[in-house]
Design a protein around this ligand. Structure first.
Ligand code: SF4
Ligand code: SF4
Length: 366
């Protein structure tokens, strides 16, 4: 397992988290949860499909609660015998949260989430109904440790980020949506990337939902890339995006969990997702996606990372500029050997870009 740190909360979070929408109830679910913790997973998204999932989690994980982080959704409705529902009603939300805490056998929430707001008007209603204030009050009382939010829509995400109350964002990221394919392909590729960069600059961690586009990317029949991607390729794609701390992937069986954990022993070639380049939208052509398919650079430059710091730096991320200056090998080491240009399936003119990057960073103070 690998871990990343949320800069604002200092929580150290497993890059593979667990979504709970496909978790089976009872003994089978308990076995999956135990194996997940054994595999190093410490971050759980609790937007479940069925209320019974909370009972399963409480019975299985209560004894190790202090080692784990839960993100719990204010607006996702649960109760005895119920399936998932959605509400903006404060009293109903209060009742649902109380029930979830009781079933989880816990008295605190690591990340209290403003839940699934995809329309600007819903965000206004959420505030008007007092749900945001309720979350803030619980934070003052120490019941909620940090705030977060979930959405599929960049424009709503930016409105919530403007208030600077959240430390985590749950967002739907995968190559399909970023390349304008699929139900939640909201916002242009550039808008979506700007959102990830903004989160990175603000230190707001991104937990990723739908990393496989609801399974669409895993099948040749439904993948927009006309080929099945593996879960490992999808995870690598997501983890290469700025701001991302963890992908909360669902596992409906022990075999699925084992497959996900296999990511950490898979080879770089098995995780290489550069085959998606064929479908790069026009607006994103020639842009580095930080995949490092072009490695190794004979000069020792980490091409993907240098490009990521450059894009973040230009988007106003001072920390990324510092990180760049700490690199042992920087863009000015490029010998224009053309190796990366020949290898890059995304048609990035990296030779020109390295000169541009070196010149830009030379003008930045550090
Ligand atoms: S130059 Fe191309 S191959 Fe290399 S990291 Fe960027 S997108 Fe990937
Ligand atoms: S062109 Fe520059 S960045 Fe690309 S492989 Fe050669 S030395 Fe490395």
């Amino acid at each position: 397992m690998d871990y990343r740190c949320n800069r604002r909360t200092k929580d150290v979070i497993s890059v593979l988290g667990m979504g709970t929408s496909s978790l089976p109830a009872g003994r089978e679910g308990a076995q999956i949860l135990e194996a997940a913790v054994e595999g190093g997973i410490n971050y759980f998204d609790l937007a479940a499909a069925e209320s019974v999932t909370f009972t399963t989690i409480g019975r299985t994980l209560a004894g190790m609660r202090s080692r784990l982080r839960y993100q719990l959704h204010f607006g996702a409705m649960y109760g005895p015998g119920k399936s998932y529902g959605w509400s903006l009603n404060l009293d109903r939300i209060k009742a649902s949260v109380a029930w979830q805490l009781q079933e989880l056998k816990t008295d605190y929430i690591d990340y209290g989430f403003i839940h699934c707001l995809d329309e600007e008007k819903d965000w206004q209603t959420y505030q008007k109904h007092g749900v945001l204030q309720y979350l803030l009050d619980l934070k003052d009382q120490g019941v909620v440790h940090h705030l977060g939010f979930s959405t599929h829509t960049p424009v709503v995400a930016n409105s919530i980020l403007d208030m600077d109350v959240a430390d985590m964002m749950l967002f739907s990221i995968n190559a399909g949506y970023d390349y304008q394919h699929g139900e939640y392909a909201r916002g242009s590729g550039n808008e979506r990337m700007a959102l990830y960069q903004r989160c990175e600059a603000m230190g707001v961690g991104i937990s990723v939902m739908k990393p496989f586009s609801g399974g669409q990317l895993l099948s040749e029949k439904t993948s927009p890339f006309q080929r099945a991607l593996s879960t490992w390729q999808c995870l690598q794609y997501v983890l290469d995006k700025p701001g991302v701390l963890t992908a909360v992937a669902g596992a409906g069986s022990l075999a699925q969990l084992e497959n996900l954990l296999g990511f950490f022993t898979a080879s770089a070639a098995e995780k290489d997702y550069s085959c998606i380049a064929e479908l790069t939208p026009v607006e994103m052509q020639g842009r580095c996606v930080y995949c490092n398919h072009c490695q190794p650079c004979p000069a020792g430059i980490d091409v993907g990372l240098v490009n990521k710091y450059y894009d973040l730096g230009r988007a106003g991320d001072a920390l990324a500029i510092d990180h760049y200056h700490s690199l042992e090998v920087q863009a000015d080491a490029c010998t224009s050997c053309q190796h990366c240009n020949k290898r890059c399936p995304f048609k990035v003119d990296q030779v020109a870009r390295m000169q541009e990057i070196a010149a830009w960073f030379a003008q930045q103070t550090h």
